[in-house]
Design a protein. Sequence first.
Length: 311
Amino acid sequence: MDDELLMVRVAELSYDENKTQDEIGALLGISRWKVGRLLVQARERGIVRIEIVHPRARRLGLERELVERFGLRDAVVVPVPDEPDLVLERVARAAADMLTALRPVPRTLAVSWGRTLTAIADALPEGWAHGVTVVQANGGVSLNRRAGGAASVAATIAQRGGGQAMLLPSPAILELVETKTAIESDRTVAAVLEHAAAANTFLFTAGPADAGSAHVENGYLTPDDIAELVRRGAVGDLLGRYIDADGNTVDPQLDARTLGVALEQLRAAPRSIFVTAGAAKHDIARTVVSNGLCSIVVTDESTARELLEEK
């Protein structure tokens, strides 16, 4: 029996027949030490593939690659579930697990809003922190009065962390620069923005530049507005600011009407956790990760592999 075939037989007896290394050695006439070496080699050559199947499992190899490639502080990658609709839920759960395990525990946490942040807030357990201050990082008062949103995300995270929420009572994008400037200069709003900029931890997501954008759903922009932003090179928005593949804002006038933390402040944050899920966000995810806009990424396996592909 040649070495490769012997390796296959050892693997079959071990994993299919549940034989011990001593039993395999006796059956094949080799030592238990050689059986052990052959099992290791079978895994190294891909003859044996071991997969951990659990909703909270992680892809540690991809996490290491992301950290090394992009100089990240950390990465969390979860397997893609069989049901595509569960991707966001799995990633949100992983983000909630990471937030709960962070040391030191965040004292001031600045958060964005949207479907991803809502899912994270819902996944956080009661008592995940004690006395955390959760600050809204960008405006989010809905123009169409949809249930939920920025205020409820911040309030839920704060309540479950035994702390308080500091809300930003303003739309994400104002119609006039003068209106935005006036709101920004209000003492209460200015205090919230100062706390957000000084937060030691940011938790945020980013949206794709398409008609399904939260800004279209919430009445800030129209599909035609989004099409024009894409024409100018936008790949998505981060804290309401539409950026191109190099991380630069594509419409200075729109950016001047956007209320929230500046991207430079996000880059300078001690700890910035970017959570993203799904193929629709691959372009904006690549922009955020490759342009130093986060120090930690939480995502799904498909997105991680896309980020690691050479472009």
